[in-house]
Design a protein around this ligand. Structure first.
Ligand SMILES: *Cc1c(COP(=O)(O)O)cnc(C)c1O
Length: 380
């Protein structure tokens, strides 16, 4: 998005790519395992291309996305690293994926046939077979594993298919459930090996398992939320204690200030009324920007040194903060969330206020919020 550099932005998400690079290195050191950087969904709102580049600079060996369109976007940006894409529309043809060297995650026998159709001896289709081991989402169900392995073996022998990986995903229900999923996966790996399929990469862990269940690390860990310095389970793992640093700061500029008497109703439904004469600051972010309306009257913001609360309902484009007698002026910075180590509210405070998880808060930040890239605090 083009912005006038002389005007203060109404709103922006500042993305610290050095934090992403450092967080990637931290996961490399913590897990001693190669890292697949998950950059699906615009890298959870942080920008897929910049996050991919920053993670590769931090040592990630591979990228992961959901849709093929996300993989093509990375290729169009000139990124040549291996990319795995794992969720496909019914009837998808994989010719372009094969031509662009995208690794295809296979969750159905139909997808396997389509990949084989798209492969050739000159350019075999590279696949990772996804085994469902409990989540009951995508992934080949166990009753299809043996047929998939047999079909894959045949195509590999014909030279049109490269079975580069086997993978699964855990539910984060409990350590016991995740160990059961791992055992089911390793059983699948053995069944594949028994007929002669021994892929280079076996992977099952996302951020939570990569931190908490070392046995799940295998040949690759798929790190998404952790790249952005956020914990997959803040009750269990504290991001700062793991040496991680949040990569997104969401900020706005106070767009209006008013002094109002006691008893003034604020925003729709007058869900907040002032208790005394006070100052109101208008913040130009709303649910159109991904600010959850459910956090109305609850979520924290920092203005200057004061951490205050959203006062009244969050509207589509704006919300109000009752700042009391604090000397707030039009043009002042308002930080919704950022690095708690720097005194900013944590993403998790917004997640709690909206009864959701940190993943959803950052991922839903909308397209109207310009992303501004910085490196160690300096504009890139
Ligand atoms: C989103 C996703 C990940 C990354 O999960 P995090 O908890 O963000 O690390 C890994 N693997 C798959 C299959 C995913 O869909």
């Amino acid at each position: 998005m083009v912005s006038d550099s002389t005007a203060q932005p109404l709103r922006e998400a500042v993305i610290d790519t050095d934090a992403i690079t450092a967080n990637t290195r931290t996961f490399g050191a913590l897990t001693s395992t190669p890292i697949l950087a998950v950059v699906k969904a615009n890298a959870y709102g942080h920008g897929a291309v910049r996050t991919a580049r920053a993670a590769l600079a931090g040592g990630a060996v591979m990228l992961g996305v959901t849709d093929l369109s996300e993989a093509f976007e990375l290729r169009e940006a000139g990124i040549t690293a291996d990319i795995l894409s794992w969720l496909h529309a019914p009837g998808t043809r994989f010719e372009r994926a094969v031509a662009e060297r995208i690794t295809i995650g296979i969750s159905t026998l139909e997808q396997l046939s389509a990949a084989i159709d798209a492969g050739s001896v000159a350019n075999p289709a590279r696949v990772h077979l996804k085994l469902d081991t409990g989540l009951s989402r995508n992934g080949l169900p166990p009753e299809d594993w043996d047929e998939a392995f047999a079909v894959a073996l045949h195509a590999r022998q014909a030279g049109v298919l490269d079975v580069d990986g086997l993978f699964s995903h855990v539910s984060n229900t409990s350590d016991a459930d995740d160990r059961a999923a791992l055992a089911a996966f390793l059983d699948g790996v053995e069944r594949a090996a028994a007929i002669g399929i021994r892929p280079r990469l076996r992977h099952i862990a996302a951020t939570a398992a990569a931190i908490g269940l070392p046995d799940t690390r295998l040949d690759l860990v798929r790190i998404g939320i952790g790249l952005h310095g956020l914990s997959p389970d803040p009750d269990k793992f504290r991001a700062a204690e793991l040496g991680l640093r949040p990569s997104m700061t969401l900020r706005g500029t106070v767009a209006n200030v008013r002094r109002v008497p006691a008893g003034t109703g604020l925003s729709y439904g007058y869900a907040y009324r002032t208790e005394r004469e006070t100052t109101l600051a208008l913040v130009p972010l709303g649910y159109a920007d991904g600010i959850p309306r459910q956090a109305s009257n609850r979520a924290p913001v920092r203005i200057g040194d004061a951490v205050l609360r959203v006062s009244g309902r969050i509207a589509m484009d704006q919300f109000i903060v009752d700042v009391g007698d604090a000397p707030v002026a039009v043009g002042d910075e308002v930080v919704l969330f950022g690095d708690p180590a720097a005194g900013d509210p944590a993403v998790e405070a917004w997640a709690d206020a909206a009864d959701t998880i940190n993943y959803e808060i950052v991922t839903r930040i909308g397209g109207r919020v310009p992303r501004r890239e910085v490196t160690d605090g300096a504009t890139a």
